[in-house]
Design a protein around this ligand. Sequence first.
Ligand SMILES: NC(=O)c1ccc[n+]([C@@H]2O[C@H](COP(=O)([O-])OP(=O)(O)OC[C@H]3O[C@@H](n4cnc5c(N)ncnc54)[C@H](O)[C@@H]3O)[C@@H](O)[C@H]2O)c1
Length: 384
Amino acid sequence: MANAAGLDAFKEIHETKAKTTGKKIKIGIIGTGWIAECHAENYLKMDDVEIVALADLIPGKAQAFAEKFGIEGARIYESDEALLAAEKDLDGVSICTYNCQHAPCAIHALDAGINVMLEKPFTVTLDEAIEVMRAEKRSGKILTIGFQPRMSENMRMIKKIVQSGELGKVYYIQSGGGRRRGIPTPFGTSFIEKGTGGIGAIGDIGTYSLDMLLGAVGYPKPLTVSGYTSAYFGKDPAYYPGHPEYAEKFGVDDFAAAFIRLEGDIILDFRISWAMNMDTPGDALILGTKGGLRIPSTDCWNGEFDSPLTIYKTVCGEEIEYKVPLKPTRELFFEKLRAFVDAIQTGGKPTVPSSEIVYNQAIIDGVVRSAALGKEIAIEIPEV
Ligand SMILES: NC(=O)c1ccc[n+]([C@@H]2O[C@H](COP(=O)([O-])OP(=O)(O)OC[C@H]3O[C@@H](n4cnc5c(N)ncnc54)[C@H](O)[C@@H]3O)[C@@H](O)[C@H]2O)c1
C-alpha cells in the first residue's frame, strides 16, 4: 500500500508548477490546426499567460478555434505576417503551422523581436534551418524547438547513462521505433503533401529518434550520410479506405533508412517508418566498449518509450543484463510550453536549442539529398 510520503511524491510529480515573475506573458498562436489545440489547452492552464492573438491562413479557422477554447478577446488574423504587423507587445509565439511554413513564420517572428516556440521538425531543409538561426542571432530572442519527449525523466535517463561512462566509449547507435500503419492523415493531408509537409516520416517521427539518440551522445556533428527513402504505402490508394485520392496527393517519404558517420568515430544506423509490413524495425541500441543499452520500441513511435531500458555488461566475466525502471513522467506537453514561458519570464535559455537541432536537421536533409542522388554524400553545415 502506498504510504503518505509516496502519495506526496506522486502528487508532486503530477502537479503543474509555474515559475512566475508576476508578469502576464502575451502569447500568439500561428496556425490553428491539430497541434495548436495542445498549445492552447496548456497555455490556458497557466495563470501568468494570456493568449492574445491567433492566426490561420484559412478564413474563419482561427475564429472558430478561439470560440472552441473560449479564448475571449483574442485578436484574429489570416496570416502570420498580419498578426506580427499588428501585435506590437507580444512576448512570444507558438508556431504551429505545417512544416513548409516553419521557416518563414519563425524568421518573420524573430525579425519582429518576438520569442519563438517552433513546433518540430525544425524546418524542411538545412538551408532553411540556417536562415532561421541567422534570424535568431540577429534578434537575440529565444528560439526553442517543440520536442516534448525531451521533458521526460526517462528520456533524460538515457543521456545520464551514456554521459556517466557506464557504457564506455560509444561507437555504434541503431535507431528503433517506427509504425506498421501510421501515416498521419486524421485531419487532412498537410503531413503528406510536398507543398505543406515537405518531408514525411523522417521529419515527423524520425526527428524524434534522432533527438533521443544524438542528445544522449552530446549531439556530435554529422559527417557523411548514405540515405534511402521510399513511399510505397503512401502512394497506394488501397492504404486509405474512404480517401483513395490521398494517394495522388502523397508527395513525401513513408520510410527512410540511412548509414551516418558522426564526429567522434560513431556510426548511426537509422531507420524510420510511417508504414511497412513489419511490427517494428527493432529497438534502439547504443553500443559502447563497456556496456550496451537497449531502448524499447513502441507500437506507434512518437518519440517516447513505455517499458524499461535494459543495460548489458560483463561483470567479473559474467554477462549480465539489468533493467532501468521507468520513472513517472510529468505532463510533457505542458512542461515544454512551461519551459518556454519560464525562459521568457526569466531571460533564460531555450530548452531545445537550434545549435543542437541543426545537426538533426542536417541529417534529415542529408538523407533526403543522398536518397535522391543514390549515393553517399558529405554533410556541410553553413556558418550562421
Ligand atoms: N509536438 C507534437 O507532438 C506534434 C504533434 C503533431 C504535429 N506536430 C507538428 O505541428 C505542426 C502542425 O501540425 P498540425 O497537425 O497541427 O497541422 P495542421 O495542418 O492541422 O495545421 C496547420 C495550420 O497552420 C496554418 N498555417 C500554415 N501557414 C500559416 C501561416 N503562414 N500563417 C498562419 N497560419 C498558417 C494552416 O492553415 C493550418 O490550419 C507540424 O509541423 C507537425 O510536425 C507536432
